[in-house]
Design a protein around this ligand. Sequence first.
Ligand code: KDG
Length: 316
Amino acid sequence: TPDVLTLGETMVLFSPDEPGPTKHQQTFKKSLGGAESNVAIALSRLGNDVTWHSKLGADPHGNYINSFVRGEGVDTATVEFTDDAPTGIMFKERRALGETSVYYYRHGSAASTMTPDDLPADAIETADYLHLTGITPALSDSCREATFAAVERAREAGTTISFDPNIRHKLWESDEEMRRTLLTLVEKSDIVLPGIEEGRTLFDTDTPDEIANACRDRGAAIAVVKLGAEGALVDDGEVTRVPGYEVERVVDPIGAGDGFAAGFLDGRLRGFGAVEATKRANAVGAFATTVTGDVEGLPTEHELDVFLGEREALRR
Ligand code: KDG
């Protein structure tokens, strides 16, 4: 019985060695990217028992992803491999003056063929938390059905559902469908973790407290609105602003939200209240921004304790 079960697509991620337009890139670093496996890896490094479920191509990329995630101590026993579709791929593009963009090669990927029948029913029912993101329901009709089937099973079993909307405009056919789907998931979740811009998109409202309030109106017990470098606002009936940590050199903010989710769930699993858990979430999110990949910067339990001043570093 895992502490946390999460499911979704993970792709091989190619990040250029230098900033600049993709067209002119020659060399890329290979790693992996997938919001839910990022969360799983972060939670595992922090000492939790995590299961990640997905479908991968029976190809070298699928093999690499499975080995990597399992190598991080995440349970991947239910992950399926298919010969009928390839593992997805993505490229990051970092422009020195602008924000990071991504290019996906994932349409028709192995993960997009996931169906409700592929779900690890036992793990969903016995886990403490089911963590989902708004990426999975955008991948295909069968993935949307699988997401909702997972939610229903979790609700029936009393598994706490945490949900990160993770809006990826490139994956949705229309904004209207995106909003409808994500808002339904907000309604069915216990913990909702939107970024400020995502909250604005979903709720047509502006301030963090209005966004948190909108999540709670729709049934979430806890809403945490992520404010980037400024930290987060948490609302569990009581509204608190929790300041973020200063990062000297932000290399790439992608993956910070996943670290944040992991830090929050880790805090809750340790029995922390919503504010303490949000502090932890801010810290793990900050770690994630220090590297170009999504997962390399995520802290171990020891590193996080040192960072938070709860343990002394022994450096040499
Ligand atoms: O949160 C980071 C993810 O966006 C990245 O790893 C890739 O899962 C990904 C996606 O679908 O964009």
